[in-house]
Design a protein around this ligand. Structure first.
Ligand code: ADP
Length: 399
């Protein structure tokens, strides 16, 4: 069966078409500048990429273009839309109700609309992508895969914030967690690599990229994660602050005379690696600056290492141990130096990597980095959220 995976953003729509019998991507691409002017990149393995400027007024136009490209006699990979067995949609937020991937029904879309207030950035574009596909691909099942659903079993004492309970009742302010599809994929892959069942492992997954989060998975159930009500909590990120003393926020607002919206911009777009280093939100550029002697770049990296260690340590305590630590996403998969720094001086916990393997393992390949005398496996596993979405979609339509 062929499964189309769609990830709709406010002005972009990424797609991948999987041939699930072969477990391969047969075409993928990105529609960009939707609602502005419009452009598309369409890729097929082993063939030249196709790039074009095409007017894209809406997400409906983008989906229609994707289907046209996929079925095009020259650029396409399928003869007809009916070859697509189902569409899997990446949806960042499923709120408290949508706790499992599922075939989307009218009431699910209505529920997604009802939680746009707690997911204002990613909610509306995801809904637009789903509605466009439902309109244009009428008979093809549309499946929602929610980043938050991996966190549906976090206990109440770990997801509730210590503020007046009425704010939870009134606004559903609580920890939801994000990147769940990535954490789910790499934790499953880690168990597979060890030839063991998830139900007998304690795993800490570190998704460190432009946005970063860490999750604790005990016996196959995620019991805690570092992102919270929004993807802002936890580690310092490319431009996001991560956790800080909450009283810093009203202090800055009062002293700088800035509004809640401006403060949100400071915390989301001007903080993290960028805010501290003053150099860049891109980890590679911060590392280059630190190597050239920039002390604020050094500080920003030391902070990322410090907070990562701190969260790993707290999850070891929460789970009463750990069997596997996994690194994934842009920084986690590629930055060997940072992996070495994060895992250094953790031998008391049984964590010890083989620096030779860490320095030479091929990029893009899942690898166990542990030293022979380590009690805990440390792994690098490339994430594949789209494949996870395709697998969920396949199993739902087959069921
Ligand atoms: P997003 O959260 O947007 O999906 P990614 O997971 O792609 O982000 O991660 C982007 C981050 O990965 C950037 O900070 C980038 O510098 C970092 N990165 C990518 N490649 C490397 C590399 N070879 N070495 C170090 N960092 C890298």
């Amino acid at each position: 069966m062929k499964i189309l995976v769609v990830n709709a953003g406010s002005s972009s729509l990424k797609y991948q078409l999987f041939d699930m019998d072969k477990g391969e991507v047969i075409a993928k691409g990105n529609c960009e500048r939707i609602g502005v002017d419009g452009a598309v990149t369409h890729k097929r393995p082993g063939k030249e990429d196709y790039r074009a400027s095409v007017a894209l007024a809406s997400h409906d136009d983008a989906i229609a273009l994707v289907l046209k490209l996929l079925t095009d006699p020259e650029l396409g990979v399928i003869a007809d839309m009916s070859e697509i067995g189902a569409v899997g949609h990446r949806v960042a937020h499923g709120g408290e109700k949508l706790r499992k991937s599922g075939i989307l029904k009218d009431e699910d879309i209505e529920y997604l609309y009802s939680i746009v207030n707690i997911n204002p950035l990613h909610g509306p574009p995801a809904i637009k992508g789903i509605e466009a596909c439902r309109r244009i691909m009428k008979d093809i099942p549309q499946v929602g895969v929610f980043d938050t659903s991996f966190y549906g079993q976090i206990p109440d004492y770990a997801y509730t914030y210590p503020i007046p309970y009425e704010y939870y009742e009134k606004y559903r302010i609580r920890r939801y967690g994000f990147h769940g599809t990535s954490h789910r994929y790499v934790s499953g892959k880690a168990a597979e690599m060890l030839g063991r069942d998830l139900s007998e492992l304690k795993i800490i997954t570190c998704h460190i990229g432009n946005g970063s989060s860490i999750s604790a998975i005990k016996n196959g159930v995620c019991i805690d994660t570092s992102m919270g009500f929004t993807p802002q909590e936890g580690l310092p990120m490319g431009t996001r602050s991560g956790s800080l003393d909450p009283s810093v926020i009203p202090f800055i607002m009062q002293n700088e005379g800035i509004s809640a919206k401006e403060m949100d911009d400071v915390l989301n777009r001007k903080s993290g690696l960028l805010g501290v280093s003053g150099v860049s939100s891109d980890c590679r550029e911060v590392i280059d600056a630190a190597n050239a002697g920039n002390d604020r770049a050094r500080l920003a990296l030391d902070m990322l290492i410090h907070y990562t260690k701190k969260i790993i340590g707290s999850y070891v305590a929460e789970m009463n141990g750990v069997d596997v630590i996994v690194f994934t996403a842009g920084i986690g998969e590629n930055d060997r130096w940072l992996r070495e720094r994060i895992t250094a001086d953790m031998d008391a916990l049984g964590v010890k990597i083989d620096c030779e393997i860490n320095n030479t393992c091929p990029r893009g390949q899942a690898t166990d980095l542990s030293a022979p005398d380590a009690r805990v496996h440390t792994m690098v596993i490339p994430t594949d959220e789209e494949y996870m979405i395709a697998l969920d979609t396949l199993s739902l339509v087959n069921a």
